[in-house]
Design a protein around this ligand. Structure first.
Ligand SMILES: *Cc1c(COP(=O)(O)O)cnc(C)c1O
Length: 379
């Protein structure tokens, strides 16, 4: 076996000479501000990619969610059903508005929100006289929720839905790009995501009025007069022009980066699907074309004879990074006492799941190194 020479990371940023040149050009242009031609072009190009008429670039995926909730009119007294199996940002953004999240458990196949359970939650909330401000489904690790079913459900209950597509940019649902669904869709360009602006995010919406409201709130809610008139509280959430230049260079490489992550997923499947008690999280489906942001393994310790934590330890010993799935929000002390519809599936996935190195810069030798550790644990 080859000697261990460097650490292998979970999902490092994949940037190179194209990105460096784009950032240098933006600096040389003099547009070192949260406005400029790269920002405008980045929004236009990302909107075209998603097939959405409007895109608003912001400083993070969290800001995208926060602004979307505000634009949907979500505020104190409202309830907002969302997936319990998600990154903290989803729940935090809901809490920023003063609304209360209602955490809904997952389906075992991909960890995404259980739509049948969501329906019963919506009925309970409505019958209990609560105002459902919005519904926030999350595409876990790039696995796409059933947007068709969720759209129909939200129409039935007359609640807007805001897609947390932070992890699924570039994925498709029935051939239609993620980002084009709902009241709005929010993506993240954080350093570990499928593409990055180092830190950043974007909101996509069909509505010109919503897009205008998002831009206004993101720039301190400044009225269009010279003396800086403000009739409500705003935020400083715009993406900078320099980072937008980085985003444009990444967007041009998005397809090839997704292609690599898909090849990594396939290589993991070839090994993991043969091991008893072990599976790759998510389904292979015609309906969902996934960006394969992170590949996660789910280990049933009774059938496999070893646990996800054993694999995590062996990988760490070989200087390979792995990470448990998100700890469900209903188990987080920050949200103690929150309303939740719990079946135990998300908690079980949290205990049995492990995300594996999935970056688009993962080379074949490094992938082989990860696979050989997996083989050695599986015996
Ligand atoms: C990354 C992420 C966010 C937040 O994005 P940032 O750009 O880090 O603020 C929100 N939701 C989910 C599910 C995420 O994975």
């Amino acid at each position: 076996m080859e000697s261990v020479t460097h650490s292998i990371l979970l999902s490092p940023p994949d940037v190179g000479p194209d990105e460096a040149a784009a950032v240098a050009r933006a600096l040389e242009s003099g547009w070192v501000a949260p406005a400029g031609p790269d920002l405008t072009a980045f929004e236009r190009e990302a909107a075209a990619r998603v097939g959405s008429p409007h895109a608003v670039a912001v400083s993070s995926g969290t800001a995208a969610l926060h602004l979307s909730l505000l634009a949907a009119g979500v505020g104190p007294g409202d309830v907002v059903p969302t997936s319990t199996m998600t990154f903290a940002a989803t729940a935090n953004a809901i809490r920023y508005t003063g609304a209360r999240p209602v955490f809904v458990d997952s389906t075992d196949i991909d960890g995404n929100i259980d739509v049948v359970l969501l329906r019963s939650v919506l009925r309970r909330l409505r019958d209990g006289g609560q105002r459902i401000g919005a519904v926030v489904p999350v595409d876990l690790l790039g696995h796409v929720v059933d947007y068709t079913a969720i759209s129909a459900l939200c129409d039935e209950f007359e609640a807007p839905f805001i897609a947390d597509a932070a992890e699924s940019f570039g994925s498709l649902h029935r051939g239609r790009p993620v980002g084009s669904f709902g009241f709005s869709s929010c993506v993240s360009f954080n350093g570990n995501k499928i593409m990055t602006t180092s830190g950043g995010g974007m909101v996509f919406t069909d509505s010109p009025d919503v897009a205008e409201r998002l831009r206004y709130l993101a720039t301190q809610a400044r009225q269009p007069v010279a003396h800086y008139e403000h009739t409500e509280v705003g935020y400083n959430y715009r993406l900078s022009n320099v980072l937008a230049a980085l985003g444009r260079a990444q967007l041009r490489r998005l397809d090839s980066m997704i292609e690599r992550r898909r090849a990594v997923r396939t290589a993991y499947r070839d090994v993991l699907d043969r091991i008893p008690g072990v599976r790759v999280l998510g389904r292979v489906s015609q309906d969902q074309h996934e960006n394969c942001w992170l590949t996660a393994v789910v280990v049933d310790p009774d059938r496999a004879g070893w646990a996800a934590s054993d694999l995590a330890r062996a990988l760490a010993a070989a200087d390979v990074e792995s990470r448990p799935l998100w700890k469900p929000m209903h188990l987080q002390p920050a949200h103690a006492g929150a309303d939740a519809a719990v079946t135990g599936v998300a908690e079980s996935l949290f205990l049995r799941g492990l995300a594996l190195p999935s970056g688009s810069s993962l080379c074949d030798d490094d992938l082989d190194r990860v696979l050989s550790v997996i083989r050695s644990v599986a015996g």
